[in-house]
Design a protein around this ligand. Structure first.
Ligand SMILES: *Cc1c(COP(=O)(O)O)cnc(C)c1O
Length: 426
């Protein structure tokens, strides 16, 4: 489809967009009496309007029943987390028994590494991204030290080639081959938070496992954003948070995937708590941990229902739409935003920025990272002053995320209008 850089054209695209009705399910921050141009759903998704009532329901049940709410509440708290098995499995391409909503993302990365990073003298190396999200870096570093090893001896960091911004699949495969039988674990962000690059998870998983390693993915920027087939790709484990593309609220409950074959292996070491123990005998309070034969066995504590109430509202919206329709709109929306930004570039002879996110729609999700040459922070501040909520990453990258569940084509157009005037005001 040929795009036009024009507000009415953007409005036409919105009119023919079947998902445009969902925009009204979310609360937008305001600027000068208008919705902000909110392009930060990759950092914190917007609040679903249904969140308040869902939260109120649990508060009311708590008031009404006290402890009996575990069994008497409208959604009994005892089994609250079980409501997420089906919808989350669809979002990440898994069997329901392979997923569970629990804890925070970084906590889950640690729990997964307890099970899947068990270095030996011969096999101890980890392949990861050179510029992984800081929390992932700290988790990796401290897990390695926990085993009495030195990060420099263990971590093999992937970097883009000189003059490039994203990491080539062939370079990942080469690294895997080179580390060979010393490779214990591959753990990478499936969608890079900085560039928006989507890795070829299927191919990399296969290659890592061929060397005898486990392969796990951090899907903080993947879950709810790009199509995933974790079960079929034979991924060992994956972790994600729910407050980015899954719109479940600040610091809300995270999720994990553990492949069926590991769920069915009670001998696999793990850190355990009572909520991971066989449900039939949980309340006998006896010695000896007997893991549930599902991802639930990695749960430690009883579920934080207040956070989950909001998660439920957001996940239900996702389920109603489905990843296929979301992805379809997402690709079109991102292409339109990219097109509008290119028009701004073409309008000015002195190109002051470039998009470092892959231009191939299969290699990206709902994000464009704009590398600004020169006065990046000044440009960013101008955007902020004019109603754009975007994300600034040192030293000079502006990240914007056109989120298909609530962003419109008009949002994309309006962004480029503000960007254009920002460039003109330089
Ligand atoms: C957002 C994000 C995190 C945040 O971790 P929390 O434990 O949820 O605070 C970690 N890793 C990546 C790759 C992220 O994008």
């Amino acid at each position: 489809m040929d795009f036009r850089w024009d507000k009415n054209f953007a409005k036409e695209l919105d009119k023919s967009d079947e998902l445009s009705v969902y925009r009204n399910e979310f609360i937008f921050p305001q600027h000068d009496g208008e919705n902000c141009i909110y392009l930060t759903g990759n950092s914190l998704g917007l609040q679903p309007k249904g969140a308040k009532a869902a939260l109120q329901q649990e508060l009311d049940d708590w008031g009404k029943y006290g402890v009996e709410g575990h069994f008497e509440a409208k959604n009994p708290w005892f089994a609250y987390h079980e409501m997420f098995a089906d919808p989350l499995s669809e979002i990440v391409g898994a069997k329901p028994m392979e997923v569970v909503a629990m804890n925070g993302l970084t906590t889950n990365l640690h729990l997964m590494m307890v099970s899947f990073y068990r270095p030996t003298k011969e096999r101890f190396k980890i392949i990861c991204e050179g510029k992984a999200f800081p929390s992932d870096q700290y988790a990796l570093e401290t897990q390695v030290k926990h085993h009495g090893l030195k990060p420099d001896d263990v971590l093999v960091e992937l970097e883009p080639r000189e003059g490039e911004h994203t990491i080539r699949t062939e370079d990942v495969l080469k690294a895997i081959e080179e580390v060979g039988s010393e490779l214990a674990l591959v753990m990478i962000g499936g969608v890079n938070y900085y560039t928006g690059q989507v890795f070829d998870m299927k191919t990399i998983t296969e290659a890592g496992q061929r060397q005898g390693a486990y392969v796990g993915w951090d899907l903080a920027h993947g879950a709810g954003n790009v199509p995933l087939e974790l079960h079929d790709w034979n991924v060992d484990f994956a972790c994600w948070c729910s407050y980015k593309y899954l719109n479940s609220g600040p610091g809300s409950i995270a999720g994990v995937f553990v492949h069926e074959r590991h769920c069915n292996n009670p001998e696999l070491p793990r850190f355990a708590g009572w909520w991971g123990h066989d449900k039939e005998t949980r309340f006998l309070m006896e010695k000896g941990f007997n893991p549930i034969r599902s991802a639930e066995s990695w749960q430690l504590s009883n579920a934080p229902v207040l956070a989950m109430a909001v998660h439920k509202v957001a996940i239900d919206l996702h389920s109603k739409i489905g990843m296929k329709a979301l992805r379809e709109k997402s690709q079109k929306l991102t292409r339109f935003l990219e097109f509008c930004i290119e028009q701004v570039s073409e309008n000015h002879s002195n190109a002051i920025f470039e998009i470092i996110t892959p231009s191939n729609p299969e290699e990206r999700g709902a994000q464009l990272s704009i590398l600004v040459h020169g006065k990046g922070k000044q440009l960013f501040d101008y955007l902020t002053k004019n109603g754009v909520i975007a994300d600034w990453r040192e030293p000079n990258v502006i990240r914007i995320a056109p989120v298909p569940i609530y962003n419109s084509f008009e949002d994309c157009y309006r962004f480029s209008e503000v960007l254009n005037s920002a460039v003109e005001s330089e």
